[in-house]
Design a protein around this ligand. Structure first.
Ligand code: THU
Length: 127
């Protein structure tokens, strides 16, 4: 099922991205199991390796609000790219069978639709 509100949230927060070094703007929106939405964008640093991805920014926002179970994620970017490996591991900490929908910000169209398990089978876990 297409979660249009979550798509719009990801497209909106993408506009807040701070990416003067890569010029690659990313927005992520997470819906938790109670239905609330949390947003994040990438923010870069003059020390390049310190860049924080949009997905991890959104996860931090969710956790800081006291929620720990992801129901769905939408990531918006130019071309609708998939989350990087680090973000996959961080997302997988908070659920395995939620959906990850990718949206091309140029067209606002969905480019791909995955489950978390598809994106990171065999994720590292201590528990
Ligand atoms: N980026 C994200 O925000 N999410 C990803 O999953 C991959 C990459 C950001 C990090 C950096 O600011 C820019 O995209 C280029 O790599």
């Amino acid at each position: 099922m297409v979660d249009q509100k979550l798509i719009e949230a990801a497209l909106a927060v993408q506009k807040q991205a701070y990416a003067p070094y890569s010029n690659f703007l990313v927005g992520a929106a997470i819906r938790d199991c109670s239905g609330k939405i949390y947003c994040g964008c990438n923010f870069e640093n003059a020390s390049y390796g310190l860049a924080i991805c949009a997905e991890r920014c959104a996860v931090g926002c969710m956790v800081a609000s006291g929620q720990r179970e992801i129901q769905a994620v939408v990531v918006a970017s130019r071309g609708g790219v998939t989350p990087c490996g680090a973000c996959r591991q961080v997302l997988a900490e908070f659920g395995k069978d939620f959906t990850v929908t990718l949206v091309d910000s140029k067209t606002s169209l969905v480019t791909a639709y995955w489950t978390m398990l598809d994106l990171l089978p065999g994720a590292f876990s201590l528990i």
